[in-house]
Write a protein that binds this ligand. Structure first.
Ligand code: SF4
Length: 400
């Protein structure tokens, strides 16, 4: 039962909590690939991937990415398209673009030497306050607290913080509470342990309090019948739903594809033409109109082949996929960023994961599920894309 909300002031964290947490972490930490060595570049890549993505989901992408780009220098020399292709499927593609730009900047301006302070890290593209603090504590041993979504949740429960954890004032209060118990000689490990506890034990729903190594110091566990009511957050807004039409246009065994704008949601990825179905418009009419507006090509007869549904972090989409064939002969002129490609070439370009599923569905001749094509030009993508920082601390565990 949800207890009544009270104005209980948060209490300091017990001094015994940090040693107990560290002892638990040293005994139980998961053998993750970026923990196998102390390569700072690999830790950086891992931190970037872990923003917005759970450990289990991020691990295969980490292995693929670091196998393709084993060092900072190799990454810096790569083309943007190679980087996006290696990131394909991990989602939130702005992270990859920023990591690439930052690697180039470090090689060009710092002779490959990674930053060592929070301020230096924050000068790099895509590195916000959390990541700068996490990397500084992990790689340089500096005594700073780094709080992402897991850490916020754990700290809010330890201190019984009843304020809105989306507010900067409340987050500052949590950081200050942790700073008082932060072990200066093991700050990076403490930050990692906090995240690990949040991801494995102090989960958002149904935390495993009886197995928790720091239950003795947790106010929420002692004072609330259900500790999972914390942290309090502002009410989530309903997720909008978008209908869109996508056209798979073929000619002589090739598909007409286009690259999304380099900055923004799914920036720089390739997809089929299409866009939002307007109010009162049928998906077929939208397909014809979008193809004309985006590429200048007059649509041949189109046949529906699939309806693909997908949920992004802040909106859901249903894509009505149509297929048509232009007669052999002269190809219409195309603007920059649009190409006719064979399916084999398309498979080598960076494409959204769901566009990959659409292609798979086309090959199988059946409808597929999943999406990634552009849902509409009027709606911006997830906040992580386009370089803006989320208002909340970085989450680990949202679907990419
Ligand atoms: S005792 Fe429960 S609520 Fe408190 S930190 Fe541990 S798992 Fe979380």
């Amino acid at each position: 039962m949800r207890p009544a909300r009270t104005a209980v002031p948060p209490l300091p964290v017990s001094a015994q909590v940090a040693p107990a947490l560290l002892a638990w972490f040293r005994a139980h930490r998961r053998p993750l690939p970026w923990r196998a060595d102390r390569d700072p570049y690999r830790r950086w890549v891992a931190e970037v991937l872990l923003q917005q993505t759970r450990v289990a989901q991020a691990t295969p992408y980490f292995e693929r990415f670091t196998e393709r780009f084993p060092t900072l220098e190799v990454l810096a020399r790569a083309s943007p398209e190679e980087v996006l292709k290696a990131w394909q499927g991990a989602g939130y593609y702005a992270r990859a673009r920023h990591l690439h730009e930052a690697a180039r900047q470090v090689v060009r301006d710092r002779a490959g030497r990674l930053p060592t302070t929070v301020a230096e890290w924050e000068e790099l593209p895509g590195v916000g306050p959390y990541m700068a603090r996490a990397l500084t504590s992990l790689l340089s041993g500096s005594p700073v607290v780094a709080l992402e979504a897991n850490g916020v949740r754990v700290a809010a429960r330890w201190t019984r913080e009843e304020g809105d954890t989306d507010s900067a004032r409340v987050r500052r209060r949590l950081v200050e509470a942790l700073e008082r118990v932060l072990p200066a000689e093991a700050a990076g490990e403490f930050n990692e342990a906090l995240m690990e506890l949040g991801e494995t034990t102090c989960r958002p729903v149904a935390p495993s309090c009886p197995e928790c190594p720091v239950q003795f110091g947790c106010r929420a566990a002692h004072e609330l019948s259900d500790p999972s009511v914390l942290p309090r957050r502002s009410r989530a807004r309903p997720r909008p739903h978008v209908r869109a039409a996508v056209v798979v246009l073929e000619q002589d065994g090739r598909w007409l594809v286009q690259r999304r704008p380099r900055v923004g949601f799914l920036g720089g990825l390739w997809e089929f033409p299409g866009g939002k179905v307007e109010r009162g418009e049928s998906p077929r009419k939208a397909a014809v109109r979008e193809l004309r507006e985006e590429t200048g090509v007059r649509a041949p007869p189109l046949r529906p082949v699939a309806v693909v549904r997908h949920a992004y972090s802040h909106f859901s989409v249903e894509l009505h996929v149509f297929r048509g064939t232009l007669p052999a002969g002269r190809r219409p002129d195309l603007a920059e960023g649009r190409r006719w490609v064979t399916p084999a070439t398309f498979a080598r370009l960076p494409i959204p994961k769901a566009t990959e599923k659409i292609v798979h569905g086309l090959g199988a001749g059946t409808a597929s599920r999943g999406s990634g094509s552009r849902p509409g030009r009027t709606r911006p993508g997830p906040s992580a894309a386009g370089g803006r920082r989320p208002a909340r601390p970085p989450a680990r565990g949202r679907p990419a």
